[in-house]
Design a protein around this ligand. Structure first.
Ligand code: HEM
Length: 128
């Protein structure tokens, strides 16, 4: 009976670090995401490592430093459109694959991240 968290099962801190580095390397090159992210990803990557650690069942690092995550609220100052949601998820899909997260964890993680990303949308797409 395997009761480990996803965090432990995928390799803990080292894997989360690699995942987040691979993710922001993609975000930094994505034309739909560049406009809303800072040039320097150091701080957002540090926070994302804390967040994903607890999101996937590891120690509650994010809450210890920043309090209640309130992720939707923390994202309200950025216009997150369906196009940007898709771009974010594309970057995450690429990162999960690059870091070689194995099934069933890869799909389980992607599903949970998709739900959260949907929840983060706060702006309609621009009409073209
Ligand atoms: C911060 C964009 C989804 C977790 C940020 C920032 C941006 C952003 C622009 C702030 C960068 C800065 O500090 O200047 C987006 C977009 C998303 C998305 C476009 C598409 C849906 C998500 C999801 C999660 C997440 C799904 C979690 C699973 C975080 C965290 C931070 C953050 C933990 C740092 C919050 C803090 O300042 O404490 N995001 N995000 N984001 N995002 Fe997202």
């Amino acid at each position: 009976n395997d009761v480990r968290s996803i965090y432990e099962a995928i390799g803990g801190e080292e894997t989360i670090d690699q995942l987040v580095e691979a993710f922001y390397a993609r975000v930094a090159k994505h034309p739909d995401l560049i406009p809303i992210f800072p040039d320097d990803f150091t701080e957002v990557a540090r926070k994302q490592k804390q967040f994903l650690t607890q999101f996937f069942g590891g120690p509650p690092l994010y809450i210890q430093e920043h309090g209640h995550p309130m992720m939707r609220k923390r994202h309200l100052r950025f216009p997150i459109t369906p196009v940007r949601r898709d771009a974010w998820l594309k970057c995450m899909e690429g990162a999960l694959s690059e870091v070689q997260i194995q099934e069933p964890f890869r799909s389980a993680m992607f599903e949970r991240l998709t739900l959260t990303a949907n929840h983060m949308m706060n702006t309609p797409d621009e009409e073209k």
